[in-house]
Structure formats: C-alpha cells, structure tokens
Ligand binder design. Structure first.
Ligand SMILES: [Zn+2]
Length: 379
C-alpha cells in the first residue's frame, strides 16, 4: 500500500518486510473480526487450503520455488556487503570534523527527550538559536499553535529558520526535524520508555550545525537557509495523530507569502547518523526532485563516499512531502531507514530506546556534510 497517502505515516512508509509484518498483524485483527480465515491469508497473500494441495508434483514444485526464494535471499544478503563499513572510501577532508559533529549530536541528546512543547525543546531552541547566530546567520522562530493530540490543550510549536544571504539569486534550503517522538513506541521491552532520538531527531540537526561552519564562505550568488522543523512526529497514537506539523506550516506560509527569492532546491536530512550508514535514493525524492537527487548522488560518487548507494530502496513520507507538494520546492530526503542495517535478525533501533549516540557515528555525519556541501558548491 502506499501508506503515505491514506494514513500520514512517516518513515512510516514501511519497507516490504515491515509492510508484510503490518499486513500480517492486520490479518490477525481481521481474523478476530471473522473477516478472514487464518489459513487463507498469510502475509496478505491468499494461500490455498492444505487439503487441496497435492501429492508428489506439488511437493516438488513447492520445494523448487522454496529453493529459488532461498537463493534469491542469500544473493540479496551477499549483495549488502559487510555490516560495518566506512562511509567514505577516501579520507574525509579535515574541515568536516566528525568529532565536532558527533559532539553536537551528543549535546542534543544530553538535553533528554525533546518532544514538541517540552521544556527540553525550549532549551534546545535557545541553544540552537545562539549557535546559528554565532555562525553568522540571522535566526527567526516561526511559531504557531496546535492542540495536544491527547489532551486538547494548546501547544506552542516553532520552526527555527537560520538564514545566510537570503536575497542572493540562488537560494537553497537545508532542513531537518528537531523534535523527538514522545515515546519509543516500537521498543518491544519499554514502549513508554525514554526516547532521545540520537538518529531520529539529533542527527539531522547535528549535521546541519556542522554544515553551518562551511556557510561563511559561499559562492557570490548563493544564499542558504537552514530550517529546523518542529512537530515532525508529535504522535501519541499511530493513525490518529498528524505528522509534519512544522513543515506543513512552513510550506503553507511559503505558498501564501512567497519570499522575494524562491528556493531552487531543498535537502532534508533525517536519520543520517547511523554507524552503518547507507543512504539509498528515496522514491518520493526521485518523483518530485529527481535532478536534485541525481546531483547529490553524483557528487558522492565523485568524492568516493560509498555510503550513498545509487539505487532506490524505500518510499518514505517525511517533511519533504509538504515541501514538494504544497510549497513546490524540489526537495530530496536523505535518509538511511535501515537502522542499523537491513537483513534477517538484524536489530531494529528505529523508534526504540536503542536510538542512542552509541549507535551513531561522527564519520557518518561528516561524510553527509561533505557531500551536501560539495553539491552546494557546484550550484
Ligand atoms: Zn521518527
């Protein structure tokens, strides 16, 4: 299903495996309601009742199909290469400092969980406003109010907009979300536990902080905005609560009150801190901003940053959807959705208590910053 359209599920768009798991659970629910029989629906596919399967030829055929599937899976696993690999084939130049970038990620996580409207989010906003101003940006808070999805009380949200040379003719948008999900609801042990969002929340922000160090010197005709979105996942109940509150607000404003100089392109960074970084083309990015995506992956190839894999993998709803669809800013999502890695039996850190700095790496952040900065230099 293109989950994205019917239910605003994010990063939500599930991988085929996740989708199968989801469909399987949907079938369990349907079975409880007497809608399907367990024997006839496995992983969303119709399965012939056992009594009608038959004999020697059936077994032979079944075995053959099984063998082909097994070979396919083995080849696919081999294709993935080693679990841990350097994000770049060559050395990352010294001006992209992986220790400094990782220090930012840790400092954000040290604030604790940073959901929209929380005291920690406010502290984060103060810290980041000061930081981006120290890097020469003019910083504005774009504030708005929503209703808390559980209690209905008003909650103040703010996007942070840091601008360098907004009136230059070629303007680019770099963005990330800076709120963290209220709970690690995919954690099998503690779904109401502590979620610090090292990768899903802090990594994009830390990368953009590292990028900011490069923005004092830009091509003479280039201006840059770094925008941090609030309310990407102020979600307490999946399927009920809306995602992308900040980016949607930003996109609506951009549409109704267009700036003097429009953005030429946008780059969204999300989950870019994984120690085992592999960033594939994301399908919505190819759909809405193919040339931007191509430019970034081509840059990575030229630099020898092997963490950018020039193949498509996931179809993901993220903050780039409102930017593309409402604001019409061609925006790509750089996201490594297999955290830490794809494959059978691999652990799953996404939306769990394991999304912590120890599962992230400064090298991954620095490699991404290197690529997007060099891509910007080429514009
Ligand atoms: Zn998330």
């Amino acid at each position: 299903m293109n989950s994205s359209k019917q239910v605003p599920v994010v990063k939500n768009s599930r991988s085929p495996r996740q989708r199968r798991a989801f469909e399987a659970s949907a079938n369990v629910a349907a079975e409880k309601q007497g809608l399907v029989h367990a024997d006839t629906a496995v992983n969303g596919r119709q399965v012939e009742p056992k009594s009608r399967r038959g004999g020697f030829w059936g077994a032979l055929l079944g075995g053959g199909i099984g063998l082909v599937i097994l070979m396919f899976l083995v080849i696919r696993e081999m294709d993935r290469g080693p679990d841990v690999s350097s994000p770049a084939l060559g050395a990352i130049p010294a001006e992209y400092k992986s220790d400094r970038a990782f220090g930012y990620l840790k400092a954000l996580c040290d604030l604790g969980p940073r959901p929209s409207g929380s005291a920690q989010m406010e502290r984060q906003q103060q810290l980041l406003k000061k930081f981006f101003e120290s890097q020469g940006a003019a910083v504005k808070m774009q504030s708005f109010e929503i209703r808390h999805p559980e209690t209905g009380v008003p909650v103040g949200l703010s996007n942070l907009i840091a601008s360098w040379h907004p009136n230059r003719p070629k303007r680019f948008l770099f963005c990330a979300h800076y709120d963290t999900r209220p709970f690690p609801d995919r954690d099998s042990v503690n779904p109401r536990g502590v979620f610090v969002g090292a990768n899903d929340g802090a990594s994009g922000v830390a990368a953009l902080m590292e990028l900011a160090h490069q923005l004092s010197v830009l091509p003479a005709d280039v201006g840059v905005d770094i925008v941090l979105f609030d309310g990407e996942e102020f979600v307490f109940e999946q399927g009920r609560d809306d995602y992308f509150l900040g980016s949607t607000f930003f996109a609506e404003k951009y549409k109704t009150q267009p700036p003097a100089v429009p953005y030429q392109a946008g780059v969204l960074l999300d989950m870019v801190g994984d120690r085992e970084l592999k960033i594939y083309y994301e399908l919505n990015s190819l759909k809405y901003a193919r040339s931007v995506a191509r430019g970034i992956w081509d840059t990575a190839k030229d630099l020898g940053v092997s963490a950018f894999v020039p193949r498509s993998r996931h179809n993901i709803d993220d903050d780039h959807i409102p930017l593309n669809k409402i604001a019409r800013i061609p925006t790509v999502d750089l996201i490594d959705f297999d955290y830490p890695r794809p494959g059978f039996g691999a652990p799953k850190y996404w939306h769990t208590e394991q999304d912590i700095p120890a599962n992230c790496s400064g090298d991954s952040l620095a490699a991404v910053v290197w690529v997007v900065h060099q891509w910007l230099q080429r514009q």
